[in-house]
Ligand binder design. Structure first.
Ligand SMILES: Cc1cc2nc3c(=O)[nH]c(=O)nc-3n(C[C@H](O)[C@H](O)[C@H](O)COP(=O)(O)O)c2cc1C
Length: 149
């Protein structure tokens, strides 16, 4: 089974989560991790599991992720999951977060959401990740494996 993890990351925190997720689902899946700007939209449809992760910018995924999502072909028969990174202040909650929007977009393309969209916390715009978030990401990813049983 193949998994493709597409991520974007300005300061490296979302990439760390993407790599923790990749590690957690290996070797159940043969995993490829690709930055959004380097992904070919057509390859998103030639995998068994597609996971997309983005930093939250003004409540949304980054332009690179949004651009890729806009070009994604049909995802019928493909399992999907989405995550974001975000900060904890109350002020930003009104904007919402990237993960739910990514999941909604992938579902509209026909993908099957197999785990709830999840957010992982950074302690400031540049990070670092809040303590324990890499472990929480691994746990979230294990939920992906369990949903397959
Ligand atoms: C331009 C900009 C807008 C942001 N907007 C939000 C936001 O709306 N909500 C939020 O929780 N975090 C926001 N953040 C904080 C990002 O979520 C944080 O920079 C990101 O999680 C770090 O991930 P990265 O290291 O992968 O870039 C914003 C950061 C930047 C730079």
């Amino acid at each position: 089974m193949k998994a493709l993890i597409i991520y974007d990351s300005v300061y490296g925190n979302t990439e760390k989560i993407a790599r923790a997720v990749a590690e957690a689902i290996t070797p159940s899946y043969e995993v490829k991790v690709v930055q959004a700007g380097e992904a070919n939209p057509s390859e998103l449809a030639s995998t068994d599991l597609l996971i997309v992760g983005s930093p939250t910018h003004a409540g949304r995924p980054t332009p690179a992720i949004q651009d890729l999502l806009n070009k994604v072909p049909k995802l019928q028969g493909i399992n999907i999951a989405a995550f974001d990174t975000r900060i904890t202040t109350k002020l930003v909650r009104v904007f919402g977060y990237a993960a739910g929007r990514i999941a909604g977009n992938l579902k509209r393309k026909g993908g099957t959401l197999i785990v709830s969209p999840e957010g992982f916390f950074v302690t400031g715009n540049k990070g670092p990740l809040k303590e324990g978030e890499l472990e929480r990401a691994a746990g979230w990813a294990k939920g992906i494996l369990e949903s397959k049983k």
